[in-house]
Design a protein around this ligand. Structure first.
Ligand code: ADP
Ligand code: MG
Length: 245
């Protein structure tokens, strides 16, 4: 489904160059549940933005379902994003002055769908929040806001869900509820990629990729034994909380 080859993203900063991605080769199949982890500044968000068609690589190739995304123009990228990809961000990114159900409808309106109410309510139901449909974000808890954001991400039934530190602003119990929704989406066949620096969150995926300095340093399939070991490690030595980037 996702095929990255020799991917680079360079930022020119004055006379120096930041190698945010420095030669990434990666293949992710349909239906996988992958976590992307690594220290702050290792290139996780840059990678997500490129996979999510929010940004283009400086060089290298990106194929999404066989389509050469790295060669598309802005308008074509916007169509791919709207139809195929759902995003979840650490800071929820909801529109504050409008209700939960209207927030969820945004991708439908953008995609020029005629009836939005039914699909938006169905998406809210899938995250267990139908009873908050008319609440504004300010009238919801952090966990509820993130559930609205997930409902917005899945309202178009995308085959790919990308979440960048989705539990970063939530307490651990609320974070677990959010992770339960991602598990459910994965079980239903959606491809899920989660960026996190929290090891106990990363260890919940079926495959864990670690980045450092714009490169993939480890890429492993997690079995039950490895997962328990990682979770025990996270419990004994909690990861320092990195600032959001
Ligand atoms: P992470 O999400 O793992 O914390 P990022 O992908 O945000 O890392 O950033 C990777 C590197 O690229 C960092 O060194 C960061 O400072 C740099 N970077 C990210 N975005 C930009 C930008 N728009 N301009 C310049 N440098 C950037
Ligand atoms: Mg980041």
């Amino acid at each position: 489904m996702i095929h990255l080859r020799r991917l680079q993203k360079l930022y020119k900063m004055g006379s120096s160059v930041v190698r945010a991605l420095d030669g990434v080769d990666l293949t992710i199949g349909a239906g996988e549940f992958v976590s992307l982890t690594g220290a702050s500044g290792s290139g996780k968000s840059t990678m997500m933005h490129i996979i999510g068609c929010l940004d283009r690589p400086t060089s290298g190739e990106y194929l999404l379902d066989g389509a050469a995304v790295s060669k598309m123009n802005d308008r074509q990228l916007a169509v791919v994003r709207n139809r195929q990809i759902g995003f979840v961000f650490q800071t929820f990114n909801l529109i504050n002055r409008t209700s939960a159900v209207d927030n969820v409808a945004v991708p439908l309106i953008y995609g020029r769908k005629s009836s939005t109410k039914k699909a938006s309510m169905a998406a809210l139901e899938r995250v267990g929040l139908a009873n908050r449909a008319s609440h504004k974000p300010s009238e919801l808890s952090g966990g509820e806001r993130q559930r609205v954001a997930i409902a917005r991400a899945i309202v178009n039934d995308p085959k790919l869900i990308l979440a960048d530190e989705p539990t970063g602003n939530l307490d651990s119990h609320t974070g677990e509820q959010i992770m339960a929704i991602f598990h459910k989406l994965h079980a239903a066949g959606t491809t899920v990629i989660i960026v996190t620096h929290e090891m106990d969150v990363a260890a919940q995926a079926k495959r864990m990729i670690r980045m450092r300095d714009g490169k993939i340093v480890t890429d492993e399939i997690l079995d039950e034994q490895r997962r328990s070991a990682l979770q025990a490690e996270a419990y004994i030595a909690p990861q320092p909380v990195a600032s959001p980037t």
